[in-house]
Design a protein around this ligand. Structure first.
Ligand code: AMP
Length: 207
């Protein structure tokens, strides 16, 4: 079993090189599908912000109920909560390569990450997909998700437009953004994704 990353003081061991890649895209852009393929080929640990929150929402606590309600409305959960869940998952994992999917979704996310985790992402993968196509996929995917209904989807698109796209622009300005056309079939998108990961020096193929 891999050794946890945790130090006695609850941080990463000082000289351990940790690689982080963020994956951003609208709801239904194919983030989860591409992340599963990346994990297979490049040996990352996949941390989906949405999955971490869905897990936390199952608890009967006040925080669990609050998360559940916010997700049902299609709004964003306070940044401290998601960043702390991310840090915990990273520390508990023995891996040193993390694919952080659905993050950062707004400026608040990005700043809380810099304050609490502060590991510069290697790059940010942006899966760019037209809204009509994302909407079609969500309404057809039938995953039993409470937030895959037309009202919540509208709110999720609005959040993406207003809050997430400015973060995309932030990374673009800093030369960190890698954009792929998410409207293509998943295997074709993955060819483009693979080329991006293969170019990154810090990332080796999983054996
Ligand atoms: P997803 O599974 O990525 O589609 O996310 C589902 C929902 O989880 C979103 O609509 C938000 O309510 C919440 N969520 C996911 N990621 C974040 C994040 N980085 N910050 C705040 N809320 C988030």
């Amino acid at each position: 079993m891999a050794e946890a990353n945790k130090n006695d003081n609850g941080s990463f061991p000082p000289r351990k090189k940790i690689t982080v890649v963020f994956v951003i895209g609208g709801p239904g852009s194919g983030k989860g599908t591409q992340c599963a393929k990346i994990v297979n080929q490049f040996g990352f640990t996949h941390l989906s912000a949405g999955d971490l929150l869905r897990e936390e929402a199952k608890s009967d606590s006040e925080q669990g109920t609050m998360i559940k309600n916010i997700m049902h409305e299609g709004k964003l959960v306070p940044a401290e909560i998601i960043v702390k869940l991310l840090l915990k998952a990273m520390l508990e994992s023995g891996n040193d390569k993390f694919l952080v999917d659905g993050f950062p979704r707004n400026e608040e996310n990005r700043q809380a990450y810099e304050r609490i985790i502060n590991i510069e992402p290697e790059f940010v993968l942006f899966i760019d997909c037209p809204k009509k196509e994302m909407e079609r996929r969500i309404l057809n995917r039938n995953q039993g998700r409470d937030d895959d209904n037309i009202n919540t989807i509208r709110s999720r698109f609005e959040v993406f437009q207003k809050s997430t796209l400015p973060v995309v622009q932030y990374y673009e300005k800093r030369g960190k953004l890698r954009r792929v056309d998410g409207a293509k079939p998943a295997d074709v998108v993955f060819e483009d994704v693979k080329a991006i990961f293969a170019k990154a020096k810090a990332i080796k193929l999983a054996v």
